[in-house]
Design a protein around this ligand. Sequence first.
Ligand code: 5GP
Length: 172
Amino acid sequence: MNENFKVLISKEELERRIGELAEQLDQDYLGREVTIICVMRGAVFFTVQLTLRMKTKLKYEFITISSYQGTDTTGEVTLMTDLRESIEGKDVLIVEDIIDTGRSMKYLIDHLKSKNPRTLKVCVLANKAERREIEVPIDYIGFEVPNKYIVGYGFDIDNNYRNLPYVAYLEG
Ligand code: 5GP
């Protein structure tokens, strides 16, 4: 591991909290079928770990978005690949890695709402509230994180370090 990484959330803390979220989701969606929307690529690890712990009947969809940060502060979000099946009338849960400025989630919510799901909720592993520029509703939060760039457990730097079994930040 890069020696400048400091562990922010250990493997054990991740497992414990994700177990709690899975239990909560099972209670809240009791008796329903849920369509999980995994936001590529960062949320893959969280989605798998979370949903393997759930008993609720699930379907999976994957969506890929990309956010570009220009020289100004306006990040532009682009849809790279859309859902394969209709979510009209379905109970839909977006599973995302992190909400930072809120731009990606705002885009996702607007995009998915236009497909007329019955319900649409948001579950996020990490919330970086300090950086928020656009308010977005969040139904389930794994961890509040400080304003630091995090890696591991799906979080990357140039597509590296995603498979670290903990969440760390780069010091210095
Ligand atoms: P937004 O600013 O639109 O809320 O977040 C855009 C995307 O930036 C997130 O989905 C995530 O992929 C990335 N991002 C934001 N903060 C971090 C971070 O601390 N570490 C990593 N690896 N990605 C981040």
